[in-house]
Write a protein that binds this ligand. Structure first.
Ligand code: SMG
Ligand code: MG
Length: 367
């Protein structure tokens, strides 16, 4: 198809409650949307970079800059483009996986909408609904944390993830276990421990967690392997897994036994499918991570999470866990599951009234 116009649109969605992690705190989702107009119709993608460079080095202002001045010009210069070509076309730019992923998703959406085919089918989905987990930010007190977790369990969420860091780990895990028994529970450290902190993580062993996510900084695969050998809880990697090659390396050195897959972190949905393939071949379970996406990004994540190797519940929650008003029709879990969108492309579009209300800026780029 021929890309005729690219719109970079910023939207700001207040969060229903602040989301606090070892990587920082967010009170609103300042998201960057990409809308393509092509000779075969439109396509949308969401860039999942956060406002601050606390999770990885990407952040939304930098993503907007690299899209505007580097990535979109490469795409527009290529004239005819297919989704399978996007990663190669954008190859001259190093890094910036979240910005690249947004552009590739918009091309995929446009292409699939023109074909009348769903993203789920294109990626190889094998199920029509997926289990919902929920990520709980660090709370101001244990009481507040227990209230929040209890609310999610009442709503039917099938897995709880707590954010932890050294010194704020044992107490929240113990409190949740004491109050709620053996609910499926895991923790995410966002790289806040160091190898020598392994006894803090070993202290969580008695609580039968599903996994501990990203205990060490992203580049420390050997440290992660040492920790994995010393604790019983399975180690899962998030920030470290930047590509299918990185996943293969992490598995080869024993740095993890579970993988969190996020399309934005690996440069796009098509690379995410390759990460899934590496893990499936190695018998390593994967699950779909979340980046506080709007309904657009959530639709793409649901399609991905329907692939066969996604055997653990993802950070895929209902719209109301994040926003009082989503950009798309709200995602509403039923009995702790969300349906995988089945319409053409992403299967959802932003609601024009929500866009009008939530947009903070628009830039339009043409060849
Ligand atoms: O989308 O439900 C969600 C949030 C899930 O915890 C979540 N994401 O490290 O996995 C993670 C974080 C990254 C974003 S906040 C820094
Ligand atoms: Mg994580």
């Amino acid at each position: 198809m021929v890309v005729e116009e690219v719109e970079l649109r910023r939207v700001r969605l207040p969060l229903v409650r602040p989301f606090v992690t070892a990587a920082g705190a967010s009170v609103a989702r300042d998201a960057l949307l990409v809308r393509l107009m092509t000779d075969e119709g439109e396509g949308w993608g969401e860039c999942v970079a956060m406002a601050e460079p606390g999770y990885t080095s990407e952040y939304v202002e930098a993503a907007q800059h690299v899209l505007h001045h580097h990535l979109v010009p490469l795409l527009l210069a290529s004239r005819r483009v297919a989704a399978d070509d996007v990663a190669r076309v954008l190859g001259p730019v190093q890094g910036h996986p979240m910005a690249k992923a947004a552009l590739e998703t918009a091309v995929l959406d446009a292409e699939l909408r023109a074909e009348g085919r769903s993203l789920a089918e294109r990626l190889g989905a094998v199920r029509a609904e997926v289990d919902c987990g929920v990520a709980v930010g660090m709370a101001p007190s244990l009481g507040a944390l227990l209230d929040e977790v209890g609310g999610y369990l009442d709503q039917g969420y099938r897995r709880i993830k707590l954010k932890v860091h050294p010194g704020a780990d044992l107490d929240p895990v113990r409190a949740v276990r004491e109050r709620f028994g053996d609910v499926p529970l895991q923790v995410d450290a966002n790289g806040s421990y160091r190898t020598q902190d392994w006894p803090l993580l070993a202290a969580l062993d008695p609580f039968d967690l599903l996994l501990v996510e990203q205990p060490l900084p992203p580049e420390d695969l050997l440290g992660s392997a040492q920790v994995a050998r010393r604790i019983r809880t399975p180690v899962c990697l998030d920030e470290s897994i930047t590509s299918a090659a990185a996943a293969a390396t992490a598995l080869a050195v024993g740095a993890c036994s579970v993988v969190n897959v996020k399309p934005g972190r690996v440069g796009g949905l098509l690379e995410a499918v390759r990460v899934h393939a590496v893990c499936l071949a190695a018998g390593v379970p994967v699950w779909c991570g979340g980046m506080l996406e709007t309904g657009l990004g959530r639709a793409a994540n649901l399609a991905l999470a329907a692939l066969p190797g996604f055997t653990l519940p993802g950070d895929l929650s209902g719209s109301d866990r994040y926003f009082s008003r989503d950009l798309t029709a709200p995602f509403v879990p039923v009995a702790g599951r969300l349906p995988v969108p089945s319409g053409p492309g992403l299967g959802v579009v932003p609601d024009p009234d929500a866009l009008a209300e939530l947009t903070t800026s628009v830039v339009v780029l043409r060849p």
